[in-house]
Design a binder for this molecule. Structure first.
Ligand code: MN
Length: 701
C-alpha cells in the first residue's frame, strides 16, 4: 500500500523534499488567483501594491510599523508585543520588499506551510502519499483558504500550522520513542501558546488525549507519560525561554542517570501539573466555553446598561450541514468520505488519535459558529487521502493507480478551486480613502484622536497614526456609546461628547477608570446623558480643557450600517426594559423612475405629483425633499423643497445614485449634516478634508 515507497534513503529524502515543494507551490499558486484578479484594479492598490483585505490586519500592521519606527504613543493601543507584529517587523528587515508587499503575501507564504506537518505526519506513519494528497486538499479547502488567502493578514496564518506541528512531533515521538524527540514537543507547544494564546484549550485537549492514549493503549509504556510531561511544560503560562529551559533541564536530569527517571518521574509530573494549575489552570478554558458555547451575556457594573455588541454579530450561531461540510472539505461528499476514511485511518494508525481534538474543535462549529470549521480541515483531508489510497490499492498496474489517484484528488480539489475563483474579497479600503487618511496623518499629531465607527479604527490608526476611541478589538457597548453618540446626534451634542469622550478616555488610562460615561455623569452630577448635554448647553465652559485635537471621520461606507451605529447610543441606559422605538432610516441604491412614481424597493415609492411617500398602502407625507450633487468644480450643490410640516424627509444623492428616506432625528445627525450636506456649525467644527468618499472635520471646542 505504500505508494511512494522507494528503496534508497537519499532518494526517499529527495522524493519527500520534492513532494513538500510541489504541495507548497500548489498552495501558493492557488493564492495568487485573487492577486491576479485584483492586480489591475488601481483602487485596490496603495504604494504600488495591493492592499490587505482584513480589518484586523491593520492593527498588526500598526504594531509592526511602530516596532520598526522604534516608538509609539502611550495608550495608542498599538500591538508592539503581538507575535505577528514582531514577526512582520523582523521579516521586513531581512526581506527586501516593501512593507505592503510583505503583509500582502505573508498569509499565503506562511499559511501554505500547513503542507509540511501534514506530509510529515503521513511520512511518520509510513504513508507519505497520504500526507501529500491530504496536504494538497487541506491547503485549499474553503475555511482554510478564506483565512490564509493573500491579503488576509491575521494570526490565522499559523494558528493551524503550529498545532499540526505539535501533533506531528507527538506522533513522531510515539513512533520512534527516543528521549531526544521530546524537546521539540515542548518547543512546538510553547510556540503555539506564544503565537495564539487562545490555543490554550486546544493544547490542553491534546494533552488530555495523549494521557488517555497512554492509559488505554500503552499503560506500561513509560515513554508516553513522558510525552505528556513535555506537552504540559509547553502549555504552561510562562515565557517560552523558561519552558524550553525546564524541558532541557528535565531532559538532562533523566539523561545523565536513567535510574533517576524511574525514581523521580512521578514527583516531577505532579510538580509540573501543580504548576499548570497555579499558572493558568482551566479557568481560561471555561471562559472560552462560556463565550462561544454557553454564550453568557456580560452585564455592566456601573448600573448602566449598554448595547451588547454580540447582538449584532452574526457569526456565532448554528450553521447548515452543507455549509459546515463545504467549509471543512470543499464538498459534502468529500467530507463524508473524509470522515469515513478518518475513522478507518485511526484504526489503522493509532497515533493519529492525537488529532482528535482538532476534529472535536472543528465540529463544535455546528453549534458555536463558522470560525471553528478550520480546525477539522487537516484531519478530514487525511481521512479522505487514506480512503483514496486504500480503495486504489488493488489496482495492480502502478501507472493506472497513479492516474486514478490524480483524477480523484483533482475531483476533490475542484470545488475548492471554484470557491477560490468566486471568493473575491475586496480590499478593506480603496486607494481614494487611503489618500484622505494619509493626508490626515500629515496634518494631525499622533496624540490626536479620530472619532469614527469601530469598523474603521484599525485602518485609520494605521494610515493616519492617530488614536481612536474604538476599533476592531475595543468595541463593547460602553465604549461604542460615545462614538455612536457623536456620529448620530446633532452637531452641538456631538461636539460636546467628542471632547468629553476623548478627555475622559485619556484620563481613564491614567486613573484606570474605563467606565467613562459613568465617570462623566458622576463628575457633572447628571442623571442622564441628556441631562448632561442640557447642562453643557447652558454653560459650555464646563467642558473639560482640550488636551489635544479631535477629528471626526465620516466615510461614505458608514451609510450602509448607519442604523446599526445608532443602536449603540439610542437607548435608555438606566432601564434596559425600556426598548426605544428606533428612529427611521432607509437607503435605496436600486430605484426605478416610472414617470409618475419612483420605486425605491421594499415597498417604498414616491408619488411625484402628490408629494407623498407610499409604503404598501400606507401614505406618508414628504416633509422635505433634498437633491444633493457635485458641480463641475466638485462643489456641493443642495436644492431643498419643503412640502409638509410633518412626515419623512427624502434625500436624493445624485452623484452617488442613492435615495435616503429618513426622519428628523437622522436628518439632524452630525453624519447626515456634515457628510451628506457639508453643513457644519463653524463654531463647533472646521472642515479639514472634504472628499466625496470621506469627510474629515476638526473639533473646535
Ligand atoms: Mn500611534
Amino acid at each position: 500500500m505504500n505508494f511512494f515507497h522507494l528503496k534508497s534513503d537519499s532518494t526517499k529524502t529527495l522524493t519527500l523534499l520534492a513532494l513538500l515543494l510541489i504541495a507548497y507551490l500548489f498552495s501558493i499558486s492557488m493564492r495568487l488567483i485573487w492577486v491576479g484578479e485584483f492586480q489591475e484594479m488601481e483602487q485596490s492598490k496603495w504604494n504600488n501594491e495591493l492592499m490587505i483585505n482584513t480589518n484586523d490586519g491593520y492593527w498588526f500592521a500598526e504594531g509592526a510599523r511602530d516596532i520598526l519606527a522604534g516608538s509609539h504613543q502611550p495608550n495608542d493601543l498599538s500591538p508592539i508585543n503581538e507575535p505577528i507584529s514582531l514577526l512582520t517587523a523582523w521579516l521586513s528587515k531581512i526581506i527586501p520588499v516593501s512593507f505592503e508587499t510583505l503583509i500582502l503575501y505573508m498569509p499565503s507564504a506562511i499559511g501554505s506551510l500547513i503542507v509540511i506537518p501534514i506530509i510529515l505526519i503521513g511520512r511518520t506513519l509510513g504513508q507519505t502519499g497520504i500526507g501529500f494528497i491530504a496536504a494538497l486538499l487541506a491547503s485549499v479547502t474553503h475555511s482554510y483558504y478564506n483565512r490564509t488567502m493573500s491579503g488576509y493578514y491575521d494570526t490565522d496564518m499559523l494558528t493551524i500550522v503550529l498545532p499540526l506541528i505539535s501533533i506531528y512531533f507527538i506522533i513522531f515521538a510515539l513512533t520512534h520513542q527516543r528521549n531526544r524527540f521530546l524537546i521539540p514537543i515542548t518547543i512546538a507547544f510553547s510556540m503555539t501558546q506564544w503565537w495564539y494564546p487562545q490555543s490554550y484549550s486546544l493544547n490542553t485537549a491534546i494533552l488530555v488525549v495523549t494521557i488517555l492514549y497512554a492509559l488505554i493503549f500503552e499503560r506500561r509504556n513509560h515513554y508516553v507519560y513522558k510525552i505528556s510531561l513535555y506537552i504540559i511544560i509547553g502549555i504552561l503560562s510562562l515565557p517560552i525561554w523558561v519552558k524550553v529551559g525546564i524541558a532541557l533541564a528535565v531532559f538532562a536530569f533523566f539523561h545523565t542517570k536513567p535510574s533517576l527517571d524511574q525514581k523521580w518521574f512521578w514527583a516531577l509530573f505532579a510538580a509540573i501539573i501543580a504548576l499548570y494549575f497555579s499558572t493558568g489552570g482551566i479557568d481560561p478554558i471555561w471562559g472560552q466555553l462560556k463565550a462561544y458555547v454557553v454564550r453568557e451575556s456580560v452585564s455592566d457594573d456601573a448600573g448602566l446598561y449598554f448595547y451588547n455588541v454580540a447582538q449584532t454579530v452574526r457569526e456565532a450561531g448554528n450553521i447548515p450541514f452543507n455549509v459546515f461540510a463545504e467549509r471543512i472539505s470543499g464538498h459534502p461528499i468529500t467530507f463524508a468520505l473524509g470522515l469515513v476514511g478518518y475513522i478507518m485511518a485511526i484504526i489503522a494508525y493509532r497515533p493519529l488519535l492525537i488529532t482528535l481534538p482538532l476534529v472535536g474543535l472543528g465540529f463544535i462549529a455546528m453549534n458555536a459558529g463558522l470560525r471553528f470549521t478550520i480546525y477539522a480541515v487537516a484531519p478530514m483531508a487525511i481521512g479522505f487521502a487514506y480512503l483514496l489510497l486504500l480503495i486504489t490499492r488493488p489496482i495492480e498496474k502502478k501507472w493506472l493507480q497513479v492516474i486514478v489517484l490524480i483524477v480523484f484528488t483533482s475531483t476533490a480539489i475542484y470545488p475548492n478551486y471554484l470557491h477560490i475563483k468566486e471568493y473575491m474579497t475586496p480590499t478593506v479600503l480603496t486607494a481614494k480613502e487611503v489618500t484622505v487618511l494619509t493626508k490626515l496623518g500629515e496634518i494631525s499629531n499622533p496624540e490626536d484622536y479620530v472619532i469614527t465607527w469601530w469598523d474603521y479604527g484599525y485602518p485609520v490608526r494605521y494610515y493616519s497614526d492617530v488614536k481612536t476611541l474604538v476599533d476592531g478589538g475595543k468595541h463593547s457597548g460602553d465604549v461604542n456609546y460615545p462614538a455612536s453618540f457623536v456620529l448620530t446626534q446633532s452637531q452641538q451634542n456631538a461636539a460636546f461628547m467628542a471632547r468629553l469622550a476623548v478627555e475622559y478616555t485619556e484620563q481613564g488610562y491614567e486613573n484606570n477608570k474605563s467606565a467613562i460615561i459613568a465617570e462623566m455623569l458622576k463628575t457633572y452630577k447628571a442623571e442622564s446623558v441628556d441631562d448632561l448635554m442640557v447642562n453643557l448647553n447652558l454653560d459650555p465652559t464646563l467642558l473639560p480643557k482640550s488636551s489635544r485635537d479631535v477629528y471626526l471621520y465620516f466615510p461614505l461606507r458608514m451609510m450602509d450600517i448607519f442604523p446599526t451605529v445608532t443602536l449603540f447610543s439610542y437607548l435608555d441606559l438606566k432601564n434596559p426594559a425600556n426598548v426605544l422605538q428606533q428612529p427611521f432610516f432607509y437607503m435605496s441604491q436600486q430605484f426605478q423612475d416610472s414617470g409618475k412614481t419612483i420605486e425605491l424597493g421594499n415597498g417604498f415609492s414616491i408619488i411625484k405629483d402628490k408629494n407623498i411617500l407610499k409604503l404598501g398602502n400606507q401614505e406618508i407625507p414628504i416633509k422635505s425633499f433634498y437633491q444633493v450633487g457635485y458641480d463641475a468644480n466638485q462643489k456641493i450643490q443642495i436644492e431643498r423643497q419643503q412640502f409638509a410640516s410633518e412626515g419623512l424627509n427624502i434625500i436624493f444623492m445624485g452623484s452617488y445614485g442613492r435615495f435616503l428616506i429618513l426622519d428628523d432625528f437622522y436628518l439632524n445627525s452630525s453624519y447626515i449634516q456634515m457628510f451628506v450636506f457639508e453643513q457644519y456649525d463653524p463654531k463647533l467644527f472646521e472642515p479639514v478634508i472634504l472628499d466625496p468618499l470621506s469627510k474629515i472635520y476638526k473639533l473646535k471646542v
